[in-house]
Ligand binder design. Structure first.
Ligand code: CP
Length: 309
């Protein structure tokens, strides 16, 4: 592939290749000398049109550890504020010969559109409600390491499914790897047509969690609710917040995941989030750097091969 725009175009072998290479980068990141030459000579530009802590920091670290020249565009102080369009901004940066563009944008499809206009590799760092491919890959690596496999697991994804690109990319990936995916949440936060992806849908959290190997919690994405139904946080926590009583319905060794940023006391009890015997939230962050290194390394190999041809 030339770009990483979503999980949708990847087949199971390609997913496994990324995760296997990411394992090498987990080892490198835990060593004293964290540097590799994989992106030496290449320029990476990060363009985040939406807030980020984890994704932006890990893409920046990933690029630097691979030897790239990394530039973080500050979109808040860019000429976008003077009315320049996304495409004009991208074409302007493209003229500076970047090799990798990492883009987050609030509109679904915006990153795909941009990828058609530039002649470098584009990585989707999250577009609207559409996809967040590196998040699903880092979640998959975390699950594979903790459960010893990435197939025939029961994974419960809980909360605001309708507005979540994390849920969408995860359910596509987990389905491709032959897992059983359950979506749990209030009907108002469940998108139409999810059963097409072969998922089971629950609005009762206890029933949905029964026998789950993995419990993945999601934040209420109020910024995408556009004045529609916003549940009261107290009521939501009561019905859908993960606490010890509800978690007891999952398997005894079930792991608890959250992509972050999390809202303690809204979708998850702080004690569960901090329980190192159950919660793998910090491991997810660690895997994020390794997976992004692997994704950029593989795209750079394709880029170099295409230029040499
Ligand atoms: N999980 C995730 O995408 O977090 P950020 O929004 O902080 O990047």
């Amino acid at each position: 592939h030339r770009h990483l725009l979503g999980i949708e175009p990847l087949d199971p072998a390609e997913i496994t290749t990324i995760l296997d290479l990411a394992e090498d980068y987990v080892t490198l990141n835990r060593s004293t000398d964290k540097h590799s030459e994989a992106l030496r000579g290449l320029t990476q530009i990060n363009m985040f049109f939406e807030n980020s802590t984890r994704t932006q920091a890990s893409f920046e670290l990933a690029g630097k550890r691979l030897g790239a020249d990394v530039m973080n565009m500050s979109m808040q102080s860019s000429s976008v504020k003077k009315g320049e369009t996304l495409i004009d901004t991208a074409l302007t940066l493209n003229a500076m010969h970047p090799d990798l563009l990492v883009v987050r944008h609030p509109h679904s499809g915006a990153v795909d559109l941009l990828a058609q206009k530039v002649n470098c590799a584009v990585l989707n760092a999250g577009d609207g409600k559409h996809e967040h491919p590196t998040q699903a890959l880092l979640d998959a690596l975390t699950i594979r390491r903790k459960k010893g496999r990435l197939h025939r697991l029961t994974v419960a994804i809980c909360g605001d499914i309708a507005h979540s690109r994390v849920a969408r990319s995860n359910l596509i990936l987990l389905g491709k790897m032959e897992n059983r995916v359950r979506l749990i949440g209030p009907p108002t936060l469940m998108p139409a047509g999810v059963s097409e992806f072969g998922c089971e849908v629950y609005d009762d959290m206890r029933k949905g969690l029964e026998g789950a190997d993995v419990v993945m919690m999601l934040r209420l994405q109020k910024e995408r609710m556009d004045g529609g139904f916003i549940p009261s946080e107290r009521e939501y926590y009561h019905r859908y917040g993960l606490d010890a009583e509800k978690l007891a319905y999952a398997k005894e060794d079930a792991i608890v995941m959250h992509p972050g940023p999390m809202n303690r006391g809204v979708e998850i009890d702080g004690t569960i989030a901090d329980d190192i015997n159950r919660s793998v939230i910090q491991e997810q962050v660690e895997m994020g750097v390794a997976v992004r290194m692997a994704a950029m390394d593989l795209l750079a190999r394709n880029l170099r091969a295409a230029r040499a041809a």
